[in-house]
Design a protein around this ligand. Structure first.
Ligand code: SF4
Ligand code: SF4
Length: 119
């Protein structure tokens, strides 16, 4: 196809891009967004920290009581994630026994400060 006919074709067709973020694209169910933690569900077991291949999850002090399987547990630690060093592999989510840590089904989550953490 000649360049001219390609140009005419593109001039007459609709744009293939969208006005993101004003317009959103559908997110597949397997999409791995940024890591988020539901603190009330976390029992402080450290599994997420142990399986993280990028070693970006640190267990920090977080003493309080949490309910797990009908029992009240005294929790000593909670995970802290260095968000921008996370490779979004999903292993933490897969191994968490309570579903407390998960990868959000949202786009975005970019930034310039590599020390940003989520706890
Ligand atoms: S998604 Fe992977 S790299 Fe990111 S915090 Fe979880 S285990 Fe670590
Ligand atoms: S987020 Fe899940 S795997 Fe990590 S410490 Fe809490 S309960 Fe354990």
């Amino acid at each position: 196809m000649s360049v001219l006919s390609e140009m005419i074709k593109n001039l007459l067709s609709r744009p293939v891009t969208i006005l993101y973020p004003l317009e959103q694209v559908p997110i597949p169910v397997t999409f791995r967004g940024r890591v988020a933690i539901t603190d009330e569900k976390c029992i402080g077991c450290s599994k997420c920290s142990l399986v993280c291949p990028a070693q970006v999850i640190t267990m920090i002090d977080g003493p309080r009581e949490v309910e797990f399987k009908g029992k009240n547990l005294a929790r000593k630690k909670r995970p802290q994630v260095k968000l921008y060093q996370c490779i979004r592999c999903g292993l933490c989510e897969r191994h968490c026994p309570t579903g407390a840590i998960h990868l959000e089904q949202v786009h975005g989550g970019t930034g310039t400060d590599r020390e940003v953490v989520v706890t």
